[in-house]
Design a protein around this ligand. Structure first.
Ligand code: NAD
Length: 360
């Protein structure tokens, strides 16, 4: 049966890296007869320039009819000064909340070939394979009331609301337990239950779920300790599950353990496993248009899409293996280059992955 994939290249390096990912997707589509169909749409600054808003309702409606979405990145200096309500990033928030993409999966996997690119010692990071499960549509980033108000004494005060309902915690908790079942069967739930009531409830709900997953070991950790442990002994973790804000921060820290943000894919899933797939990095305006961006995070996002939303494990494995081959060949974009390896551009990296597909 035909599956529909929406392609949202976005801004900056987005179109360059998505073009390479699309070549890989076309190749597996043909080789494995996947019957994928593609629909292109605008998001971010590219959409603002044409439609005056970062994502149209029509684009959201078309996205709802798709089985999965591949996104590049949004944003750039050109749109930094426009009205906050229609900034490029609003397009991302709109698609996430409209499609109910509440589970953000961010693997932090260190390829053995890139161990030298990590900021930590090889013995601390080699073999690193963590999955961060971040709640994406709730918590303090969305909580109301919020704003900046003027107090009676004339001083201004900024305020936000950190809240999670039991059902929001339960559904992200279940995602974490299910993911752990496919991995090393350990979930560490990260909270600040010594200070924040919202996370006392978070901990209670996680404990309540645990007996339903007797094969998975659940532990809890305060977020400050988790940040410390991620740089001290990251290999102790398998699946880390946490709320929106803590997940935002911890997943960027975990990303750097792997050497380059240019290597890391991500998935944002709804309750039925439909999802949006994108690299963890932004639109990198500093290198846009130069043909030097690393396309591997986006190519690996395609692999995650095939694996998690489309159930096409064999094709996903083929892409992962091809990425392993090009790294073995010593090919590196500038962000992961170390002396002794061969520096290549965005398109050459795409060529190499295509050449390695089904050869591994
Ligand atoms: P960024 O991730 O775009 O760039 C940070 C640094 O990493 C830059 O030096 C960049 O050149 C480098 N980099 C990023 N991706 C790379 C790749 N694939 N290959 C090689 N190098 C790469 O973060 P930023 O500079 O903070 O943000 C730039 C713009 O991206 C901003 O407008 C921001 O709002 C937006 N942004 C978008 C998303 C998204 O679309 N999901 C996420 C983060 C930031």
């Amino acid at each position: 049966m035909t599956k529909k994939i929406m392609i949202l290249p976005g801004d900056g390096i987005g179109p360059e890296i998505v073009a390479q990912a699309r070549r890989v997707l076309d190749a597996v589509n043909t080789h494995d007869d996947l019957q994928l169909e593609f629909i292109g749409e605008l998001i971010g600054g590219a959409s603002i320039d044409v439609h005056g808003e970062p994502l149209t309702d029509a684009a959201v409606a078309r996205a709802r009819e798709c089985d999965a979405i591949l996104l590049g990145a949004v944003g750039g200096p050109k749109w930094d000064t426009i009205d906050r309500a229609i900034r490029p990033e609003r397009g991302l928030l709109k698609i996430r909340s409209s499609l109910g993409l509440y589970a953000n999966l961010r693997p932090a996997l260190l390829y053995p070939q890139l161990v030298e690119a990590s900021s930590l010692k090889p013995e601390v990071v080699s073999g690193l394979d963590i999955l961060i499960v971040r709640e994406l549509t709730g918590g303090i980033y969305f909580g109301e009331p919020r704003g900046i108000r003027t107090l009676e004494n004339g001083e201004r005060e900024g305020y936000n609301t950190y809240k999670y309902s039991e059902s929001e915690i339960e559904r992200i908790g279940r995602t974490a337990f299910e993911m752990a079942r496919k991995r090393s069967k350990k979930v560490c739930s990260v909270d600040k239950a010594n200070v924040l009531e919202a996370t006392i409830l978070w901990r209670e709900v996680m404990d309540r779920l645990a007996p339903e997953y007797p094969d998975v070991e659940l532990s809890h950790m305060y977020v400050d300790n988790a940040a410390m442990q991620l740089v001290r002994a990251p290999k102790q973790f398998d699946v880390l599950v946490t709320g929106n804000m803590f997940g935002d921060i911890l997943s960027d820290a975990a990303a750097m353990l792997t050497g380059s943000i240019g290597m890391l894919p991500s998935a944002s899933l709804d309750k039925d496993g439909r999802g949006m797939y994108e690299p963890c990095h932004g639109s990198a305006p500093d290198i846009a248009g130069q043909g030097i961006a690393n396309p591997l995070a986006t190519i690996l996002s395609v692999s995650m899409m095939l694996r998690y939303s489309l159930g096409l494990t064999k094709s996903a494995d083929a892409i992962d293996a091809a990425v392993g081959v090009v790294l073995d060949q010593g090919l590196r974009t500038a962000d992961i280059y170390t002396p002794g390896t061969t520096k290549v551009g965005t398109c050459e990296m795409g060529d190499a992955v295509l050449a390695a597909l089904y050869q591994a």
